[in-house]
Ligand binder design. Structure first.
Ligand code: AMP
Ligand code: MG
Length: 350
């Protein structure tokens, strides 16, 4: 018993020493961090970076590197850029294998993982449906049933083959196309944070228009506070504010991007099984350890709806969700079991 008490005492004393050393280090050798911020239009949105750095020069150099990394990813995986790896893969649909980079392989593999876990609600080969709704929207009409059937017929993640030895990818049916819009921004946020880390930055926020990742806490100290956009009232935030250090938050919703047809709003998120835009959950916010996961799960839950979406979230480790549905103009909030751990009472947007 005496031995156990002694052990307890030693561990308490050690803890105290660790804390005291920590304090002393903070006072003597760590320079105060200044807050620096930069915005740039990329990936079809405005990307914001906020970091803590000892001076302007260090901050500017680190943020430039992070923006360069995002541009590199955009050039590689955007299906709208002719010559990108994904465009080359799409152009070769129905034909031979296409050589791809390790990075593109890794993202496609991740996308296929979401497709399998969601039983096809998330589908990286949703390209033909996205194009169909976009072009119909431009013509101000709804797609014809036959057009929907044709697009659904060439959509299906089982028709995307990957070979890790090349690495290479192959779309087995002519007219198919890959669209990484549901996870590319999250992936870019994670990579931008990793780049900032290699530049010696220890606290940062990267926001790619609804896909946010944070490293450490705020430059001034304390956790980052992140607001969630109101799904109906533009420019307004929900009262719910997320506070965190080291993690990511993504919001998917039909108010973020959509096409207007006959005065009605159609989401850019499409259910590959029906070929139609989703509308059940106007706003899905996902908290995860990294932005790729938050981004992928947010889109998946948008398609799955409240019940099945929440079931998926509760199964995933360290993933939480806040879903907003609307009935008679009233917002209904649905939280996963652990969401409240991240909730803060008052709005303080970064
Ligand atoms: P997000 O804003 O992250 O929810 O991503 C939406 C984007 O993902 C759309 O603009 C499409 O490019 C793509 N997308 C739409 N529906 C799906 C789906 N069911 N599975 C995978 N990607 C999709
Ligand atoms: Mg997404």
């Amino acid at each position: 018993m005496a031995g156990r008490n002694a052990l307890l005492w030693i561990s308490s004393a050690m803890l105290l020493v660790v804390l005291l050393l920590g304090c002393e280090r903070e006072v003597s050798s760590v320079p105060p961090l200044e807050r620096h911020k930069a915005l740039r239009n990329m990936m079809g949105t405005s990307v914001k970076i906020v970091i803590g750095a000892p001076n302007e020069e260090t901050a500017a150099a680190a943020m430039e590197k992070a923006f360069e990394r995002i541009a590199e990813i955009e050039n590689t995986v955007s299906s709208w850029r002719p010559g990108s790896e994904i465009s080359r893969l799409n152009d070769a649909a129905g034909g031979d294998w296409v050589k791809i980079s390790e990075e593109t392989f890794e993202i496609l593999e991740k996308a296929l993982e979401y497709s399998r876990t969601s039983d096809g609600a998330f589908d990286v080969t949703v390209g033909p449906l996205i194009k169909l709704w976009k072009s119909a929207g431009l013509e101000g009409r709804l797609p014809e049933e036959a057009e929907l059937r044709d697009a659904i017929a060439i959509t299906g993640y089982d028709k995307l083959l990957l070979d890790g030895t090349g690495p290479a990818a192959r779309l087995t049916v002519k007219g198919m196309s890959v669209d990484l819009g549901a996870i590319a921004k999250g992936y870019a946020v994670d990579q931008a944070l990793a780049t900032l880390r290699t530049c010696g930055i220890t606290c940062a926020l990267v926001d790619a228009g609804g896909d946010v990742g944070v490293m450490g806490g705020r430059p001034e100290g304390g956790r980052w506070a992140l607001g969630i956009q109101h799904p109906i009232e533009e420019g307004k935030l929900l009262e719910q504010v997320i506070e965190m250090t080291d993690g990511a938050v993504a919001t998917s919703g039909n108010y973020r991007r959509y096409v207007m047809i006959g005065g009605k709003r159609y989401s850019h998120i499409t259910d590959p099984r029906t070929g139609r835009p989703t509308h059940a959950v106007p706003s899905v916010t996902i908290i995860a350890q990294d932005a790729t996961t938050a981004d992928g799960v947010a889109t998946t839950v948008s398609v799955l709806g409240v019940e099945k979406g929440m079931m998926l979230v509760e199964k995933l480790p360290r993933v939480e969700a806040l879903l907003v549905t609307i009935k008679n103009g009233e917002l209904n909030l649905h939280r996963s079991a652990g969401f409240s751990h991240y909730e803060k009472a008052q709005v303080n947007e970064e």
